[in-house]
Design a protein around this ligand. Structure first.
Ligand SMILES: [Zn+2]
Length: 288
């Protein structure tokens, strides 16, 4: 039976054991426990059999990362595989609601961390090979003694409203009729509010004043953190940047409600509940 559609990739139930990760003896003992479980990932896909997450008694590679320890004291690790058998990708798993929310969140952690390791085998400072340390939360370059740490990329995503209307846009690569909130990567030296105001003005030409934080979501494609905001527009003239958006416009509440409910007369759609955009839009509808 599918699990109820919710904001995906939240609810990771593992203790990440950050204080123990540098202790090789502790790590060795954990790996030897018979209840230790290993997830195998191929890119953003993992092994699903009979609609359940498959875990294995052994890692698929010496470069295995510690995800954490569950409530029964069992260690969870992840490693990369090139196997193509019985795989399902994270987005499809989230849409289908096959897995408990916490397992999907653990897979997001595994995917983002492994993706970083797969692309940081060489030192960005001197070009020499790097080695995994701290159970996967550091790579070390012995040649120049530089440490490298896994990255998380903050992305602002904002529902902008003007009175009773909401600003939504679409990119031409999206499914037909899909509209969503505007979003973009934060840049170095920016506050969250500055990034949000810059993105909305760049993409749609709308000036935003007050902004409040709503919620946030890990987004493992490959390693973002979506920072969900609600902002009040100061202006309502729209000038889109065609490099970013195909179109953008103001939608009234009745129209947005029909998009969320799948009853829009022209077939326009809003994002599914697995995405934070859905919840930002819904929050805007419910507020005055
Ligand atoms: Zn180096």
């Amino acid at each position: 039976m599918p699990h109820s559609p919710e904001l995906a990739f939240l609810g990771n139930f593992l203790d990440r054991c950050a204080n123990h990760r540098t202790d090789e003896d502790w790590l060795g003992r954990l790996l030897e426990r018979p209840t230790t479980r290993h997830i195998h990932m191929n890119g953003d896909k993992t092994v699903i059999i009979d609609e359940k997450l498959q875990t294995f008694p052994h890692a698929n590679s010496p470069e295995r990362v510690l995800l954490g320890i569950d409530g029964n004291g069992s260690g969870w690790f992840a490693s990369s595989t090139e196997s193509q058998e019985n795989l399902m990708d994270l987005r499809s798993l989230a849409v289908a609601g096959l897995l408990p929310q916490g397992e999907l969140a653990i897979l997001a952690q595994a995917r983002s961390l492994l993706h970083w390791h797969e692309r940081h085998g060489f030192c960005a400072n001197c070009g020499a090979q790097t080695e995994m340390r701290d159970a996967g939360y550091r790579r070390h370059c012995k040649t120049c003694a530089t440490d490298h740490f896994p990255r998380t990329d903050p992305v602002i995503i904002i529902a902008v409203r003007h009175g009773n209307r909401m600003l939504l846009g679409r990119q031409n690569s999206w499914p037909e009729g899909m509209y969503s909130t505007l979003a973009g990567f934060m840049e170095p030296g920016e506050t969250i509010e500055e990034a949000a105001r810059r993105e909305v003005f760049e993409e749609a030409g709308v000036r935003v004043g007050d902004i409040r934080f709503h919620s946030n979501q890990p987004w493992p494609f490959p390693s973002s953190l979506m920072i969900g905001l609600i902002g009040e527009a100061l202006t309502d003239d729209i000038v889109i940047d065609p490099k970013e958006l195909e179109t953008a416009r103001w939608f009234d509440k009745v129209e947005v409600q029909s998009m969320l409910g799948g009853t829009h007369v022209q077939g326009l759609k809003a994002p599914l509940p697995l995405a934070i955009a859905h919840h930002l839009i819904r929050a805007c509808l419910q507020s005055s």
